[in-house]
Ligand binder design. Structure first.
Ligand code: CUA
Length: 330
């Protein structure tokens, strides 16, 4: 469980946390010292040098020594801040060799992550403790920002760009993940969790994912990609329930019908707006570039299995999504 107790500082759970906090406290302390000094001097001088009968202000003389002092001291202080923060910034910008690779894609309004071995997650990221993890961050639509307060790291997800960030978690546990860039209606819901695991548990988690049938893989993908969110019957349903549709002609928005076959499923995953089912809005995002051909096939296998009457017959012929894809736009 994520620790929800109120705290002035987020939990410190990465190697950066302490370094960032130290710099932050230095800045706060420095600002506090000067702000306090100024307030005290303003009040003191206002009292001491207040207007009194018979007192006339003297003509001020310039003092080279005083001017040098109040120029040189701030110069030194700002240079300390510059070198200190630049060093920290460079440290955060350059991932160490051999870091675990993770891909992150932001889109309205979710985080999609993928590990090197292909394992995907939605609004979650499992990472090992004590090992450097490098994230390659991009966006499918607008600018988002991948922010993990407990790690003191934040990186913009910019469409068409690959940004790099990295961290090394120091404590197993669960931590908040936020989107830190206003990105539309559900920006505040674009949240998730980072799960830091012991290395062996992480390896098990990472590995315990292969060796499953396409239907099982497809079913998993259906949940991982949140298809289930919109396609499942119930209160949140916003897209057609896919059960029993395979092999039938489905009515389309704007008239006509389409044969619900492999090609149609594939087209609907990669180009959802091409043929929209009657009675539903064009709200499904494209998964082009997000799914591999194997994953599309697994999804097709799963969606087929939702129509038991034809699944058996369909299995005979195998899947040939490429062979009959009229109107496929690449
Ligand atoms: Cu995505 Cu804010």
């Amino acid at each position: 469980m994520i620790d929800e107790a109120f705290r002035l500082f987020p939990v410190a759970a990465s190697t950066f946390a302490e370094k960032v906090d130290r710099l932050y406290l230095f800045l706060v302390g420095l600002s506090g010292f000067f702000a306090g000094s100024i307030i005290i001097l303003v009040i003191t001088f206002a009292v001491i040098y207040r207007r009194r009968p018979g007192r006339i202000s003297e003509k001020t003389k310039s003092s080279l020594g005083l001017e040098l002092t109040w120029t040189v001291i701030p110069l030194i202080l700002t240079m300390v801040i510059f070198v200190w923060s630049a060093d920290l910034f460079l440290d955060q910008s350059i991932p160490p060799e051999g870091a675990e690779q993770v891909y992150v894609v932001g889109k309205q309004w979710m985080w999609k992550t993928q590990h090197a071995n292909g394992r995907r997650e939605i609004n979650e990221l499992h990472v090992p403790v004590g090992r450097a993890v490098k994230l390659t961050v991009t966006s499918e639509d607008v600018i988002h920002s991948f922010y993990i307060p407990a790690f003191r790291v934040k990186q913009d997800a910019v469409p068409g760009q690959y940004r790099t960030m990295w961290f090394q978690a120091t404590k197993p546990g669960e931590y908040h993940l936020f989107c830190a860039e206003y990105c539309g209606t559900d920006h505040s819901k674009m949240i998730g969790r980072i799960v830091v695991m012991e290395d062996t548990a992480y390896q098990t988690w990472l590995g315990g994912f292969t060796e499953e049938t396409p239907v099982q893989a497809g079913e998993k993908l259906f949940t991982q990609f949140d298809c289930v969110n919109c396609h499942e019957s119930g209160r949140r349903q916003r897209c057609p329930n896919l059960g029993g549709l395979y092999g039938t002609n489905v009515p389309l928005a704007g008239g006509g019908t389409a044969l619900f076959d492999e090609a149609y499923i594939r087209e609907s995953i990669l180009d959802p707006k091409a043929k929209i089912a009657a009675g539903y809005g064009p709200i499904m995002p494209t998964f082009r570039g997000q799914v591999t051909e194997e994953q599309v096939l697994a999804l097709i296998a799963y969606i087929k299995s939702l129509s038991p009457n034809v699944a058996a017959a369909g299995a005979q012929g195998g899947t040939h999504p490429q062979s009959s894809a009229p109107g496929k736009k690449d």
